[in-house]
Design a protein around this ligand. Structure first.
Ligand code: PLP
Length: 481
């Protein structure tokens, strides 16, 4: 591989070959002072800082600039950025760059917590869009064009629409193109958290990237599906409505002034991995996946659900929860991405032609895991009891207004009409039943009661034992908007 292929990787390699004397940060001095395991200590030789010839992420003019230009060219953006703090920092920067305090934004309700944090930090006013329920995966899906249209009928000046595509479970929004076109016709930018879709541009057998569909800012966790290091992500801007300079300004404020060269080099490498992905690689990946599917399906009682993203598989075993299946697989040394009530989620490797692993052994381990699971008592896995509430809803208090307000625990039977102090997110479905600052309705309470009886797991301000939720105390009422 030559210099042009991976400018930053090349510069880093060349620099480290010098074996220079370090009177600079970082303090581990090429790893020589580190007590980490041998292999990690060796790798610390590459953990350098902004030294001559290595450029600066915050003022890129040399190899980092070249690497980011290559990234932009590959993804077809106006400008692309390396992120060293995951899509988390990308989501923060994209909102900071687009909205100001008090501005209204439409937000897909099942957004990642970094989007909710961005709302709190910016002081933007969210209007939440409830996604549809996806039957095939038994998870929260996507918002529809209709709900976006409905929300835009409200007499407020919406400054941005924030969507998540694909879902964690690999389902793509089939109306994304139309939603983007509709918003653009009203000069509203669409910001897409594509954390799980950095690999979509590899081949048309994957869903289309939001960038290809016209989104203004797209954030991708390269580390989730491409061979990049954890925290390595991309942010792409391709917009007539959002200023690239504002994005750069906020990334400058939000990202470390000592970004990891190892993470950045892995981003340069991941970009090159995608760029060099050939038709033969795609064919090889498809054969790899097909063999894995055949092997899994040869195990009695396993059910595999395929989703829009070929890199993801959902694996279920009749009569057992995903949690027990995950435990059984882990006892055989097979670790999956996540488990829920119904299934475990597998993230496959985006393999290239020639990749080998011992699939026969993997299938045998799965067979042993499932056999042992089937020897335990089977249960009736409760079916989904999620009933979508209002497709469009808003808050009484903005997330940043809630900070510092007094809150109290209230039994759900007495909570109707109160204002939720924090979000309450039942799993499944993983959609906030209540977002912080929303007024609690009778429908919320009926759903909460049913979910508590069904034994749902929750994140947020709910005490399952006492059936209490955290609400804003009445004395704050004078501060209503
Ligand atoms: C949809 C979504 N967005 C953003 C993030 C944050 O990504 P990162 O871990 O790269 O910061 C995640 C992490 O799981 C996610 O699932």
């Amino acid at each position: 591989m030559n210099y042009e292929d991976r400018p930053l990787v090349h510069a880093l390699e060349k620099f480290c070959q010098q074996r220079h004397v370090s009177f600079h940060v970082p303090g581990h001095k090429h790893g020589s002072l580190s007590g980490l395991p041998h292999e990690l200590r060796q790798a610390l030789a590459y953990d350098v800082t902004e030294l001559t010839g290595l450029d600066d992420l915050h003022e890129p003019q040399e190899v980092i600039q070249q690497a980011q230009l290559k990234l932009a060219e590959l993804y077809g953006s106006n400008k692309s950025f390396f992120l060293v703090n995951g899509s988390t920092v990308g989501n923060l920067a994209m909102l900071y760059a687009t909205v100001r305090h008090g501005d209204t934004v439409l937000v897909q309700r099942n957004a990642h917590k970094s989007v909710f944090h961005a709302l709190e930090l910016t002081g933007a006013r969210p209007i939440f869009l409830t996604p549809q329920w996806d039957e095939s995966t038994q998870t929260a899906g996507h918002v529809t064009l209709e709900s976006v249209k409905l929300a835009l009928l409200q007499p407020t000046n919406v400054k941005a629409v924030v969507l998540t595509n694909p879902t964690y479970y690999g389902m793509a929004n089939k109306e994304l193109k139309e939603i983007i076109a509709y918003c653009h016709a009203q000069e509203i930018p669409v910001l897409v958290d594509e954390a799980h879709g950095a690999h979509f541009i590899v081949d048309e057998s994957f869903p289309e990237s939001a960038l290809q569909l016209g989104a203004d800012i797209v954030v991708q966790s390269a580390h989730k599906t491409l061979p990049a290091m954890t925290m390595g992500s991309f942010l792409h801007v391709h917009s007539d409505f959002v200023s690239t300079e504002r994005v750069a300004h906020y990334l400058h404020m939000l990202q470390s002034s000592s970004p990891s060269y190892v993470v950045m080099a892995s981003l340069d490498d991941a970009r090159q991995y995608v760029e060099s992905y050939t038709k033969e690689d795609t064919a090889y990946f498809q054969v790899y996946r097909k063999r894995l599917l055949q092997g899994l399906r040869s195990i009695p009682t396993i059910r595999v659900v395929e989703v829009d993203d070929a890199l993801k598989l959902l694996v279920r075993v009749e009569g057992h929860t995903g949690f027990s299946l995950q435990e059984a697989l882990e006892s055989q040394g097979i670790y999956t991405e996540l488990a829920d009530l119904y299934q475990v989620l597998w993230v496959l490797p985006l393999v290239k032609n020639g990749y080998t692993d011992n699939q026969i052994d993997i299938i045998e381990k799965c067979r042993t895991a499932v056999d042992s699971l089937n020897q335990s008592e089977s249960i009736v896995v409760p079916s989904n009891i999620f009933m979508p509430l209002l497709s469009v809803s808003t808050v009484v208090y903005l997330p940043n207004q809630l900070v510092g307000m007094k809150s109290e625990w209230k039994h759900i039977d007495e909570a109707t009409g109160c204002i939720a102090a924090e979000a309450i997110v039942p799993y499944p479905p993983g959609i906030p039943l209540l977002c912080a600052g929303e007024r609690v309705s009778q429908e919320h309470i009926s759903q909460l009661g049913a979910l508590l009886i069904a034994g749902s797991h929750f994140q947020g301000a709910i005490n399952r034992k006492t059936s209490q939720i955290k609400v804003v105390v009445e004395e704050n009422r004078g501060r209503l908007l």
